[in-house]
Write a protein that binds this ligand. Sequence first.
Ligand code: WT7
Length: 632
Amino acid sequence: MQITSFKQYEEDYKKSIENPEQFWGEVAQNFQWKKPWFKVLSWNFNEPDIKWFEGAKLNITENCLDRHLEKNGDKPAIIWEPNNPEEESVTLTYKMLHERVCRFANVLKRNGAKKGDRICIYMPMVPELAIAVLACARIGAVHSVIFGGFSAKSIADRINDSQCKLVITADGAYRGNKQIPLKDVIDDALIGCPTVEKCIVLTHVRTPVSMLKGRDVWWEDEVKHVNDICEAEEMDAEDMLFILYTSGSTGKPKGVVHTCGGYMVYAGYTFTNVFNYQPGEVYFCTADIGWITGHSYIVYGPLSQGATSVLFEGIPTYPNASRFWDIVEKHKVNTLYTAPTAIRSLMSFGEEPLQGKDLSSIRVLGSVGEPINEEAWHWFDEKIGHGKAPIVDTWWQTETGGIMISPIATVTPTKPSYATLPLPGIQPILVDENGKEIEGNGVSGNLCIKFPWPGMLRTTYGDHERCKQTYFSTYENLYFTGDGCLRDEDGYYRITGRVDDVLNVSGHRIGTAEVENAINMHAGVVESAVVGYPHDVKGQGIYAFVINPEMHGEAELTKKDILQTVTRVIGAIAKPDKILFVSGLPKTRSGKIMRRILRKIAEGDTANLGDTSTLLDPGVVEEIIAASKALK
Ligand code: WT7
């Protein structure tokens, strides 16, 4: 199933469009099924109702573990690199990983988990996180991994939305020179989570934690009570595999649902192709498993292909800005898949951190999460790839399950800042505001997909109508991505950014409404409006316009209080970079905030505000402009 020439890409692409069922049916033969499907695809984008590999039975962990044991059991599956470089790294072979997953799967059963139950995972980037994820999949429980940067309230909202029965966490996490008290955060969250019966706690940082009798148990104790034999639960191709919460343009995050069969096929197929993975190579994705990139391209994609996946606990700048390069040298990394924000941050340290580092093992580079600017692209290409490693700029989303538009390493000619061409099976289309197709090249519009692919979301947990409204109702018979996109003269795609009220801050997806709701929870705040603005390292920064008449004279302190409020309500990742106190917001006569104007002001582009004649009170704009100029 690996594409090795551009001609083959063109042929496969053509076939995938002309006969999608045959195409994906053949791809799926490369996986292990307990029972075959009777129909490859049935679909309807109006409901939406999408089924891939109907009737087929499988367990994704047999594809990620068992099927590699005989030939590659002693091959490294996961290489764990700890936060502290002085500590030993840990290698888990496929045999070891299989054994630990089975053992922990039995721990889950012992604690009352069964097929279909939802399990929340809130853990540091340690091997046990991958083990926990796979153990859920082993017994057919649905995992909902929550990124370690979210607050207790965010966790509680997610746990309650999907009624999780179990939580898996650790005492704490290391992040650079900081320690994050994960169990404390979970304790706060669980006060408001009546469905949670058990909490399994891994010892990691050895900080004191409270252990509630009857609810909390230690990971290390539990594994002693079970053996390591656990048969994989037989799952239907369309049974739920996991839920992953992501932000949209409304205040409440959505639980994106992925299912077992299609997701597995898509994650595995895209992994082996996009990165041109070769047996024996070491692959390093720097994402966190708390995001979709980690699900698909640290755990399921690489392991389904018998690859060696590096799992890094720390951050790119600890103990210094050489850390990624030290890891590349130490583990002889062949593929490095990271985010533009990390590249830009490391660029800012200059060349010194690269001195004397042996990066000769690198063969393929990847970028994900946000548009990569040309300067970052060239730096990545020259300084890290030494002009010899193709860069795959991979465009996709939590909802798509896997990479959608991207070069295929060594196959597709690349172009700086372009995600280039759709992968086989992917049918992108650009439309105008009315949903009319924009044909031809040298055009731009809103990016939609007009045909299903195996890795696509099936629903949003507990609220199918919301899935329909968000993705399938804007334009008839199309999946709407929320992204703007340009197709150049060569037919190459370049993603230009979100066209909805969703921000991309350091590759983290954050809804403006979510941040506004959090700010508005602060005592004294009457109203707020949040927009994004260009930020050198983060891609986008968060700019908040806030009406707060009662500041007790201390504006700077009040700003800090607001930041603290946002940290409590969502998490530190959603903290505004700039807060501007204003006495009013630009509104139309019907009361709608004109964000267009606020965006211009946040960008510092106040000369081109466009038409302001429909404003209720044009004077407020003058006041905001004057105040914004005084803001650092
Ligand atoms: C949004 C999805 C998919 C993994 C990480 C983010 C933006 C993603 C690219 C890229 C330009 C990109 C889009 C998309 N995005 N990759 N290569 N070039 N933009 O997943 O949190 O679901 O965010 O990230 O705006 O809609 P996510």
